[in-house]
Write a protein that binds this ligand. Sequence first.
Ligand SMILES: [Fe+2]
Length: 363
Amino acid sequence: MKILCRRTGKDTRHLWAIAMETIVGTILIVDDEPDICDMLNDCMSGRGFNCHTTQDPVYASELLRLHYYDVVISDISMPGLSGLELLAAAKAFSPASRVILITGFSARENLAQAIALGAFDYIQKPVDIAELTEAVFKAASGVGAALNLPTRAATAMLSNAKAEQVISETTRALIHAVEAKDPYTRRHSEQVTHYAVHFAQAAKLPPDEVNSIRLAALLHDIGKIGVPDHILTKPTSLTEDEFEHIRRHPALGADIIINITSLGKEAAMARHHHERWDGAGYPDGLAGSDIPLGARIIHVADSMDAMLMQRSYKKGYPVQKMLGEMLRCSGTQFDPDMVSLAANWCQQNPSKLILATKEAMAG
Ligand SMILES: [Fe+2]
């Protein structure tokens, strides 16, 4: 008999066999419905896992404080403490435990929060045992990237709605998720969008391309969902290993965006927003006009905003210093045409610059 996973349609018997042979893991099962607790306990115990169950989420958070569990399977809607609060507790007391939430995909705000809080997976009720077992196997064995969940979320949100509404809702959910991880990224993405749209209009691009650049700019750093929090918000300089994590965000972001129907162009712009004109950028080392135009525009807008903004480790650059830096890197880091276009725009539209302090304009 085949055991098909509802999500992938694949036969999962081999995963179960491997799980039973190689994994001796502990699972904490939390659901206020006793029947579901019993059912999950029977299924997972039968597959070789050592399970604890409780219907009380407050007691579950105490257990997490005292014991290590490889995997936590939790309902979201429970009296006393929600599954999201329990997820936050798990991340605080036992960061290595992987949490699988069980609920319906209808609550999109929950989904955004689940992604931001670091849930490993999010399974829709009624629970498909093959789907849950596959997720538990991956969680217990350490298989599966942090992007499993946001990528699937984007796909799931597409299923029953019109494309435009979904794009806007998915974009909002993903941006909320990044904002919860790092408030700077949300503000930065909006400011980069502001500059990128003005530059695209100044370049006289047609309205559909301007709109495409607007969406890509909003989503360009979405891959930071997959960068560990302590690296993303580290106030001091990064080690080479930590910087390697940061360098993955454009490709990770593109992998998420590509799941949203009709956003192929935007995914490419997000993937290439750290490429350099001279080919020394990442992730693919593209050079010159091989880099999509939208990505070249976002790269200039991104760098400009990063220089102008104040961070915990640096002051915001004055406008003239920022422009000097852009010109210095014209033809190496940046497309020279985009630099002159951006510099002209800045000089003609000083009131549209978003600055850390008033003094920055005069500097
Ligand atoms: Fe970036």
